[in-house]
Design a protein around this ligand. Sequence first.
Ligand SMILES: [Zn+2]
Length: 164
Amino acid sequence: MSSLYYKSLNDLFAIKVNESELNTILRICIDAQGNETGGLLIGHYNDTHNCAIVTEITGPSTDSTAGKTWFYRGVGGLQKLLNTAWRRRHHYYLGEWHFHPGASPVLSGKDVAAMSNTANAPKYNCPEPILLIVGGYPKQKWSANGYVFPRKQKYVSLELDNGE
Ligand SMILES: [Zn+2]
């Protein structure tokens, strides 16, 4: 498995997920045993602020709950993780990821609503949260979609670009 690189057609947004973070995501998906799961994307932006570089993945917090087609992301322990990421290397909340087991990685209406909330909530201090959705079967055939949710705008679907 290699890294994932997504970008918008207008080149205003991009996401880079390196191999080790991608492997962490796939391992958490396998551990979920057919249920949805997910967590946070932590990292930083490049110097020109058009590419989010994911450097840390969190899995479901202990207060998260999930079924085969739904996932409620809890908040337990996440602030502490974010504080540590900030203190150690000035990395921060970039967005979220979750898993659609055995299904396509296309975002649902609920996903759009949740991410738009995050984009517009001052407490996240994240005007352009990213959503990465993994779908399919993490051990065999999976795929992933990337989206960005600019505050007060329609979300943007990102294109997978593995030329990077
Ligand atoms: Zn979803």
